[in-house]
Design a protein around this ligand. Structure first.
Ligand SMILES: [Zn+2]
Ligand SMILES: [Zn+2]
Length: 306
């Protein structure tokens, strides 16, 4: 077998040559995109221009949904009408060359079972649902399990007496509750809890208790027919060594017939398509022949070898 090393947004991916030829002909899309209105980096138009350079078929914007209590990484209520308006303008300007979609990444509140931003669904072409936060039992403040790591440490102490299994268990129970009680198009980064666990800082993901919790969330997604994303964001920015979810659960996802969508979770235009070839390899190795894509306004199964 021949191999070729290729640069992919700063990451070196190893591909078998015949696979590279197949993957080069595949449609490229991304529906998980943040911009300067939330915690992303650049105006929306820069992403469209980059997507055109990459010959993408479709691009969807998914700002973090506006929150009742505003913070510095969700789109502000005051900016939200402008967000919708800018996507409308871009659709008019570039709609002949690329399909553009309006989405939001909704915020799940486990403590009161709310998917914040759901009420805006009528404005949107699609939604991503994610668990990023848990409520601090001491202060009532919502703390992120995503970033910074100090917030995870605070949750660990305040809510779980330092027991990481309880924190991880609560995270996956939140994911499962969101799956069971809410409607959305894409389940965001299923195992985000591993993001700040570099070098097994908090837990060993090989341990049976962790595999069991992760797998329960996968089974819940399977039983509800939920579409999950294979998200290259952590890998592209060096926060993780692998995609979300753990590639070792993809084979079980296939057995459960869970539809997959490939996402960059782009926070800058340079993230688009990043590590997609390596992720596609893993998706194919798990037995998938199709990916879900939102095309011409409907979710479709597109052959990976298209
Ligand atoms: Zn997210
Ligand atoms: Zn995101």
């Amino acid at each position: 077998m021949h191999y070729i090393m290729g640069p992919h947004g700063g990451t070196i991916c190893l591909l078998r040559l015949p696979d590279l030829c197949i993957l080069m002909h595949m449609k490229r899309t991304n529906y998980h995109t943040h911009c300067f209105l939330d915690d992303g980096k650049e105006p929306m138009e820069s992403y469209v221009l980059r997507a055109l350079e990459l010959s993408c078929t479709a691009l969807g914007f998914s700002c973090h949904a506006p929150l009742e209590q505003e913070d510095n990484w969700h789109v502000k209520h005051a900016d939200y009408p402008g967000y919708l308006e800018e996507i409308r303008r871009l659709k008019q300007r570039y709609g002949e060359r690329i399909e553009l979609y309006t989405g939001l990444e909704l915020e799940y509140r486990y403590e009161d079972n709310r998917l914040e931003g759901s009420d805006l669904r009528d404005d949107l072409d699609y939604t991503i649902a994610s668990v990023h936060m848990l409520q601090d039992a001491h202060t009532g403040e919502y703390l992120s399990i995503d970033d910074p790591v100090e917030e995870i440490e605070m949750l660990l102490e305040h809510n779980f007496g330092g027991d990481i299994r309880k924190l991880v268990g609560t995270f996956y129970q939140a994911v499962i509750a969101m799956i069971e009680h809410h409607r959305f198009d894409i389940l965001g980064h299923l195992d985000l809890i591993k993001k700040r666990n570099r070098n097994n800082r908090f837990f060993d993901p090989e341990e049976p208790w962790y595999r069991r919790m992760l797998m329960e969330a996968v089974e819940a997604a399977g039983s509800r027919g939920v579409r999950i994303e294979v998200n290259t964001g952590g890998l592209a920015r060096g926060a993780t060594d692998e995609v979300y979810p753990d590639p070792r659960v993809l084979r079980r996802c296939r057995e459960l017939d869970i539809p997959l969508v490939l996402s960059a979770d782009a926070h800058s235009p340079g993230d688009l398509n990043c590590c997609f070839d390596a992720a596609l390899e893993q998706i194919r190795d798990a037995g998938y022949t199709h990916l879900d894509m939102l095309l011409e306004g409907t979710w479709q199964q597109v052959p990976i070898t298209d």
